[in-house]
Design a binder for this molecule. Sequence first.
Ligand code: SF4
Ligand code: SF4
Length: 91
Amino acid sequence: MNLDDKLATLKYTPDSVSHLKPNNADCKTCKNRPCENVCPAGVYEWLEDEQKLLVKYENCLECGACRIVCEKQSLDWEYPKGTKGVMFKKG
Ligand code: SF4
Ligand code: SF4
């Protein structure tokens, strides 16, 4: 099963607020922005014009990799509240 097939087995119920909160002051001076490369769901994108890290938190698979690799160790990461976030589909 390839990654696209696996992603198709997931169901997302996005929260109205992000459970991923980068410190944008740190992101501005972050050298390599490893969060962009490590995320299997393409959640992070550095917007050069806006000098801001775009966070498409609705796509998050809750793997935790971005928190581990954050160059500044400043990514505020928590699980989505209650029944929000990612679930495996049944059947
Ligand atoms: S690795 Fe951390 S500090 Fe660097 S861009 Fe990503 S969230 Fe920001
Ligand atoms: S927890 Fe995993 S899927 Fe979610 S944003 Fe971080 S690296 Fe991407």
